[in-house]
Ligand binder design. Structure first.
Ligand SMILES: Cc1cc2nc3c(=O)[nH]c(=O)nc-3n(C[C@H](O)[C@H](O)[C@H](O)COP(=O)(O)OP(=O)(O)OC[C@H]3O[C@@H](n4cnc5c(N)ncnc54)[C@H](O)[C@@H]3O)c2cc1C
Length: 418
């Protein structure tokens, strides 16, 4: 059995792990980057990196292959009404997102980390290794012992590191599940479809059709399931009906066959239920539950939390867990708390969800709030320039904050992020 020791072991080489690795090795740390898959590998995704993610990539000096930049987005309500959510540059992010396959995106981030000096291992983190009650690394399924002063769990929504380190309370975690496929038919703008399975009975999530860099489109359906992971197959079961809805809306030609293969995955949302760091173990990205509970974005959060965890380890090693928690709180609260409460409340209320979806896409109101909706929904308020849209987003955030301040979720966040 071989064994090696590093400053930091990072389990998982998705956007969170690779970005953490890149940040660490650029500052001279020795890093083992362990992933169970051989890259390039696929990952279920809508493939859209939001404006904050684009800014992080630019700040890190990374250029990525085969990307397509996208700005405005269309939301189609249950009645078929369309609202354009405008994309505007902020003071701290550009006015566009970028699209590329996860096969290429994740491989190029991993390559950047390895080129900068991270040592890549392929294998599944299996048995935790402990020294005096402290996590000292993992033995891989192939029998290699990787030991380190710090362990960063970047191993996705169902994180093995989070579970084995006792950082996840399964009864509190909020889940989503989404499935996606590709069609060769082009689409001009990213489209979100708020959908009713029957009149006034909203599907607890949304579907999408996004342009892809090769001229076709990425089509998907995501469902919010609260803490119930058995409900995730709702997105798989309903995919055919949703595809028919896209045909009815004229977004897919009648002749276009239902796509296959499809790939699905879990989204751990709203931060709640996961302790992000304890002692020398830090969770980043989906492992920390950072996916936006209102719209499912997680790549930007994965990269920013990877960077934040790396910086806590580099610049405050004696206090890394506390320092990382503080940085997560300042970047993501109260937004994630508001989103978590909205997710948990609306997931079981199809009528209320339908009413909100109809109101937001109604003529007049939809257009009036679209700018603020685009800012608030995409968590772009911090850094948004002065405008009427910013005022709408600020009012929505303030209202959500007041409404959720005394919730059980608020008490959980207070205890964890004190
Ligand atoms: C269908 C779908 C659509 C989505 N669409 C979007 C979108 O359009 N935009 C967006 O921003 N976000 C989207 N998301 C969310 C986004 O995919 C995630 O937030 C993002 O991938 C999180 O990155 P990560 O690095 O934390 O985890 P991941 O990308 O999941 O990477 C985790 C890595 O850990 C490895 N791993 C797991 N367990 C182990 C182990 N035991 N040992 C070693 N390695 C291990 C895995 O192989 C994997 O490479 C979507 C999610 C789904 C499911």
């Amino acid at each position: 059995m071989s064994s090696a020791r590093f400053d930091v072991l990072i389990v998982g080489s998705g956007p969170a792990g690779s970005f953490a690795a890149l940040t660490l090795v650029r500052q001279g740390a020795s890093v083992a980057l362990l992933d169970k898959s051989t890259f390039p590998r696929d990952k279920a995704c809508g493939d859209l990196v939001g404006p904050r993610g684009v800014q992080l990539l630019m700040d890190a000096g990374l250029s990525l292959p085969s990307q397509l930049n996208v700005g405005d987005m269309v939301v189609i309500g249950p009645g078929g009404r369309r609202v354009l959510l405008p994309s505007r540059a902020g003071l701290t992010y550009p006015g566009y997102g970028t699209i590329g396959t996860r096969v290429e995106f994740d491989a190029s981030l991993q390559n950047a980390a390895v080129d900068a000096g991270a040592v890549l291992f392929t294998g599944r983190a299996d048995a935790p290794l402990e020294v005096e009650g402290r996590l000292d690394g993992y033995r891989t399924a192939g029998g290699i012992e990787l030991r380190a002063d710090f362990v960063i769990g970047a191993d996705g929504a169902t994180s093995h590191v989070g579970t084995t380190a006792g950082l996840v309370d399964a009864n509190k975690v909020l889940w989503g599940f989404a499935v996606r496929s590709y069609v060769s038919q082009p689409v001009d703008l990213p489209v979100i479809v708020l959908w009713e399975q029957s009149r006034w009975h909203a599907f607890p999530g949304y579907g999408w059709i996004f342009p892809s860099a090769d001229g076709g489109a990425n089509v998907g359906l995501g469902i919010a399931t609260r803490s119930d992971r058995t409900a995730g197959n709702g997105a798989v079961r309903m995919f055919s009906q949703f595809f028919d809805r896209l045909r009815d809306l004229g977004l897919i030609d009648r002749a276009t066959p239902e796509p296959s293969p499809r790939l699905g995955g879990w989204l751990k949302m709203g931060m709640i239920g996961t302790t992000p760091a304890r002692r020398n173990t830090l969770l980043v990205g989906d492992a920390a539950g950072l996916v936006n509970p209102l719209q499912g974005e997680g790549i930007a959060h994965a990269m920013s939390s990877g960077k934040a965890a790396a910086e806590a380890v580099l610049f405050d090693p004696g206090n890394a867990a506390r320092s990382y928690r503080a940085s997560l709180a300042s970047a993501h609260l109260p937004y994630q708390r508001i989103g978590a409460v909205a997710h948990a409340t609306l997931a079981g209320r199809p009528f209320a969800t339908a009413a909100i979806a109809r109101a937001l896409t109604a003529p007049g109101l939809g257009t009036a709030v679209a700018g603020g909706w685009a800012i608030f929904w995409n968590d772009l308020l911090d850094g948004a320039p002065r405008s009427r849209a910013r005022k709408v987003a600020t009012a929505s955030s303030g209202f959500g904050d007041r409404l959720t301040q005394r919730s059980q979720a608020a008490r959980w966040f207070e205890a964890e992020y004190r």
